[in-house]
Design a protein around this ligand. Structure first.
Ligand SMILES: Nc1nc2c(c(=O)[nH]1)N[C@H]1C(S)=C(S)[C@@H](COP(=O)(O)O)O[C@H]1N2
Ligand SMILES: [Mo]
Length: 426
């Protein structure tokens, strides 16, 4: 087995692959050549960045009861439907425990949930990064490998996107999530590293690309991008990635990848490919639209060719309270919330009830956990009637604390600013 490239920075990794692509050593099926040139900064004039249109107006979506293509019921007290997606209502997560029940878990579908039969499902591991022939596994074969159970959140890279608009005055393109494109679950399955070992990885392998069995994706602009897929560097693939067949002790439900999905702890949700059908192991770097056109940062604060492809999630903190909630003056209110970080566990949460003048520590109810969140509470006895702004800010194990604003990026990814939560005291 080759050594994981853990010491190489993601930026360096990306630059190296780009050089290889220019040298004709990389493959990018389904990726527009102009797109790669643009990423490489070779031409700014070749065309505008394709973006995902905002699919549904946030207000209009709130009354919907079902999203086209999602199988499970989406009661409006739990979900806000946004096009083909369903956002969990954060104010309703307060009555769930640490793990989000599958029926309450947000759904992000590029197209529609496919109904796959576990009995006939197979996973094919193939590519020139393997020593031999493709390996084909059924679910029983996967279950024969050692099973691991791991608690991890899955969070969309665009979670919090609409706050770029509401809080910073400049929106990003894409689904207008508020803060509910996240859930935590106990995933059980086989290690991707065990499957790769069984398939026999060459020393020259660099990228591992899982692909979903859901329908090919066409952008709102009409570009046909093929099936949802995104390469992982071999180092991450060998590290802590799971091929999960259970969620919270039950078989994976259809909307979350039945029968098998990839779970990539701490990384942006797009890495966790649902309904996985094949995994390409490549000796040359791979590109897909999901690490080129999407899931990079573009904007004033970034180089013209954009950032390196997104990997880890960022830091967030949210009250489990309706937006514009009304609270009675003179009473003691227990305010609850959750905070999380893709860089490690959350070690401290502070709250402010006066718009950020004074801060005090919230009481944490969970230990800091990598790929997990912490629940917390703080008590507040408002005295003066009128509008108020509640804020919470988290600090993670790396010492990083949420900033007051997030530098804008065109697709509205990785919002990490302190959320300003409006309430009314009466
Ligand atoms: N095959 C496939 N995998 C996918 C997607 C998809 O549309 N198709 N969406 C991705 C995105 S963008 C996210 S955020 C997560 C969402 O996982 P969930 O729907 O189980 O919450 O799945 C990822 N995996
Ligand atoms: Mo996502």
């Amino acid at each position: 087995m080759p050594m994981p490239r853990t010491s190489e920075s993601e930026y360096e990794y990306d630059r190296r692959r780009m050089r290889q692509w220019f040298a004709g050593e990389a493959r990018a099926d389904g990726v527009d050549r102009r797109e790669l040139l643009r990423l490489a900064g070779a031409s700014a004039a070749l065309g505008a960045l394709p973006t995902v249109a905002q699919s549904v107006l946030p207000g209009a979506a709130a009354v919907a009861h079902a999203a086209a293509g999602i199988v499970k019921p989406l009661p409006p007290e739990w979900f806000t439907v946004r096009g083909t997606n369903a956002e969990a209502r954060f104010d309703a997560l307060g009555d769930t425990g640490y793990h989000t029940p599958a029926e309450r878990f947000f759904v992000r579908n590029h197209t529609t949930t496919p109904l796959l039969d576990a009995a006939t499902w197979t996973l094919t591991v193939w590519g020139d990064g393997l020593r031999g022939e493709p390996l084909v596994l059924g679910l029983d074969d996967l279950r024969e490998l050692p099973a691991v159970t791991r608690s991890a959140v899955v969070e969309c890279a665009g979670n919090g996107r609409s706050l770029f608009g509401t809080q910073q005055g400049r929106t990003g393109s894409g689904t207008a999530w508020t803060m509910g494109a996240i859930g935590a679950a106990r995933w059980r399955g086989a290690r991707l590293s065990d499957v790769l070992r069984a398939a026999g990885v060459r020393r020259t392998a660099v990228d591992v690309m899982p692909r979903g069995l859901d329908a090919a994706y066409t952008t709102p602009e009409g570009a046909e991008l093929g099936r949802v897929r995104r390469p992982l560097p071999l180092g991450k693939a060998l590290d802590d990635v799971i091929l999960a067949y259970e969620m919270n002790g039950e078989p994976l439900p259809p909307d979350h990848g039945h029968p098998v999905r990839v779970v990539v702890p701490n990384w942006v949700g797009i890495a966790s490919i649902k309904w996985v059908g094949d995994i390409e192991v490549s000796a040359t770097p791979l590109y897909s639209p999901w690490n080129t056109s999407f899931y990079r940062l573009w904007g004033d604060s970034y180089p013209p060719e954009g950032s390196a492809p997104l990997t880890r999630q960022t830091l967030k903190s949210v009250f489990e309270l309706p937006w514009n909630a009304t609270l009675d003056a003179g009473l003691r209110h227990r305010l609850t919330g959750r905070s999380w970080s893709g860089a490690g566990g959350v070690v401290r949460v502070e709250t402010s009830t006066d718009g950020g003048e004074r801060w005090r520590a919230a009481r944490l109810l969970d230990p800091p956990r990598s790929a997990g969140w912490v629940r917390w509470h703080t008590d507040w006895r408002p005295t003066a009637p009128g509008p108020a702004t509640l804020m919470s800010r988290a600090t993670d194990t790396t010492g990083r604390t949420q900033p007051p604003t997030t530098p804008h990026n065109i697709q509205g990814y990785l919002f990490d600013a302190i959320v300003r939560h409006p309430v009314t005291v009466r």
